[in-house]
Design a protein around this ligand. Structure first.
Ligand SMILES: [Zn+2]
Length: 396
């Protein structure tokens, strides 16, 4: 049984202990101590990192028989050792975790929404609320209530007692476990059984910001950041907004309206461009049919071969469709810019354009296919295009 120093002093970040065992395991070392300030992953809070002597601690987990396993990158000699945890990482975890207690309590106090689970991630943390729905107004109210508690700078105490003692005092979550329970008591606001590490006063959480809120199966997932993370998030938001405002040459408050306007304009421009492209394809098709149609060897069909260098694949397809709307036509279109080729023919003609294109592209490693009347494909290098076009011409 290990002495968990973080239970009674979550601010302890250096300590002395005895190394009881150190065994190699999969390129790392498993180290057991008689006492530790390292927090092992549990209850939604990730493990601490740091050092045992000179060895870097890269993971900490709960073992069997109330033990804690420290995984290190180097061996740690059995005997006395000095441990130091990465305080920045731990304090960040304490800020997020304590903020979670407060946010969960605020949702119960205001709306009776229970927290089903909690996750502390690398950048954001989440709680899953068992609630029919969470409105933006409720999110803001809970955020406001938590910040009120933070600005009160209330003391946070660790208390121990049996389940009955604690039930009598009133705790947030019912626990059926036997023996002594550890409870985190936020003065006059919340009592919650928990084995994690917490702040000593609510003010140390700095500020809490709720972020995204979305349905997650039968629950509602609320993202939040607290403390230094809230500062980083606000700083990041500000930088992104300022950059966007600079691009648009407007003030930040005008951003939403300006972005909406640009979107409307873009949609209108896309509609216009589509209409113009259609008209261009119609004119180009008429021009090709009038001036550039060759006749097949048997004299029965018209053939058009056209390579507009800068056309997109979709333009080739549009142009081909307009040309083969005329009976008895076959068309070969290619674009160097798109490295694309289109084969098409009027309905009612023999032959299979899809099969032909697949056959022509296979030797050069191109991709494509289609139906009897329309096929499109691409080549991997521009230099292959002329060869494929010539081969297609010879076969039509
Ligand atoms: Zn906790």
């Amino acid at each position: 049984m290990i002495e968990r120093l973080y239970y009674d002093d979550s601010f302890l970040h250096e300590f002395d202990a005895q190394v009881l065992a150190c065994e190699p395991e999969a390129a790392r070392w498993r180290v057991r101590l008689d006492r530790t300030a390292f927090y092992p992953t549990s209850g939604g809070q990730p493990f601490d990192t740091g050092h045992l002597g000179a060895a870097a601690v890269v993971e900490v987990v709960d073992g069997e028989h109330d033990e804690i396993i420290h995984f290190t990158e180097q061996p740690v000699p059995v005997g006395a050792v000095h441990g130091a945890i990465d305080w920045q990482r731990r304090f960040d975890h304490m800020q997020q975790h304590t903020a979670q207690h407060m946010l969960s309590a605020a949702f119960i106090e205001l709306f009776k929404f229970q927290t089903a689970s909690f996750h502390l991630g690398r950048e954001i943390s989440t709680i899953d609320l068992a609630a029919p729905s969470v409105a933006p107004r409720q999110l803001e109210e809970a955020e406001r209530r938590v910040n009120e508690i933070i600005f009160d700078d209330r003391p946070i105490a660790v208390r121990y007692g049996s389940a009955e003692d604690l039930a009598a005092q009133g705790i947030r979550k019912k626990v059926d476990r036997e023996g002594t329970l550890r409870v985190i008591d936020i003065d006059g606001f919340d009592r919650q059984p928990c084995g994690g590490t917490h702040l000593a006063r609510t003010g140390q959480a700095g500020i809490l910001l709720t972020r995204k809120c979305e349905r997650q199966k039968q629950n509602w997932r609320v993202e939040f950041v607290a403390g230094w993370r809230a500062l980083a998030a606000a700083r990041g938001d500000f930088a992104a907004l300022r950059q966007a405002a600079e691009y648009l040459g407007c003030g930040m408050p005008e951003l939403p309206e300006n972005v909406r306007k640009i979107q409307d304009e873009r949609r209108a421009t896309q509609r216009d461009a589509k209409k113009l492209t259609e008209r261009l394809a119609e004119l180009e098709a008429a021009n090709l049919l009038a001036r550039h149609a060759e006749t097949s060897q048997d004299g029965k069909r018209g053939i058009i071969v056209f390579i507009p260098d800068d056309a997109s694949s979709s333009y080739l397809a549009m142009l081909a469709a307009k040309i083969v709307a005329t009976p008895n036509m076959r068309v070969i279109l290619a674009s160097r810019a798109a490295q694309a080729i289109v084969l098409a023919q009027s309905t009612g003609l023999d032959g299979d354009m899809g099969a032909l294109l697949r056959e022509l592209l296979a030797p050069v490693g191109g991709k494509g296919g289609g139906s009897k009347v329309f096929a499109q494909g691409t080549v991997t290098e521009i230099s292959m295009l002329d060869g494929v076009v010539q081969a297609a011409r010879a076969r039509l």
